[in-house]
Write a protein that binds this ligand. Sequence first.
Ligand SMILES: Nc1ncnc2c1ncn2[C@@H]1O[C@H](COP(=O)(O)OP(=O)(O)OP(=O)(O)O)[C@@H](O)[C@H]1O
Length: 292
Amino acid sequence: MVLARAVDVTRRYGDNLALDGVNFEVEPGELVGLLGPNGAGKSTLVNLLIGIRTPTSGRVELFGGDPRQPQNRRRLGVTPQETGLPASLRVGEVIDFVSAHYDDPLPKAELLDRFGLTDFVRRQTGGLSGGEKRRVAVALAFLGRPQIVFLDEPTTGLDVEARRFLWDAIRSFSAEGGTVVLTSHYLEEIEALARRVVVIGGGRVLADDTVDAVRGLVAVHRVSLTVAGDLPELDGIVSAEREGDRLHLLTGDADRLVRDLVAYEVPFQGLEVRPTSLEEAFLTLTREPVPA
Ligand SMILES: Nc1ncnc2c1ncn2[C@@H]1O[C@H](COP(=O)(O)OP(=O)(O)OP(=O)(O)O)[C@@H](O)[C@H]1O
């Protein structure tokens, strides 16, 4: 059974096409990372699947039905990108309040322990740091013993220790058979947690594969050199950009490109090789290979 599904989904905000023909499925027990740069459409896809927005066209399903229907939301846990906690309530009171919405919530002490929040139970949420609030918000997604959780950038604003603690809690949930969909800008975070990664860019699914396969796709280097004329035809260049006599080449195999430049006796100067940012790497996924 598919727990969450988007079929040919588009979503517009006015003239802005946030999602463009997206197909996506999550099966029970999967831990899927949605990876993409700012504005790619990750949150929009999550918001459609959890029923807080509706598609402009296409279809979304949660537990085989309409995500807006209460009966399809009972086994759903969510941490949206931004959460507001009632500032004057203590952490323990917020947990009690949220627990009251479920038939069989996790015991408070267990939730606090799992998420390392035991020391915060008597603290008013308004006095927590941004990272501490985030940890509480993520923990709340697990309170109703969900079958599937959607975590939109769960570790934004967390320090390294808190991030690792949260990763462990997410892994335990997954190891017990829970299903997780999380969004992130960081391949590192997805690598730490997910086996499957769906790369989203410009509202489209650019890749849906194992973490290893996607790491290969986005492992792109920028090779910059000063050269006056045109280059000979070289393999493996995914994009080329000229700035005066400076040429910037993106390639998946920088070593080979440099060897080829030497072999063809290209009279270059000022050679620089550096890893691209993830943003640049995503751009290359949307482009066809071009001649230099
Ligand atoms: N409520 C809205 N009104 C208008 N445009 C929106 C709205 N929500 C999202 N968008 C636009 O839709 C596109 C996709 O946004 P979305 O928030 O889904 O991306 P994202 O991948 O989650 O980005 P980020 O990583 O920055 O959170 C962006 O161009 C964004 O500006």
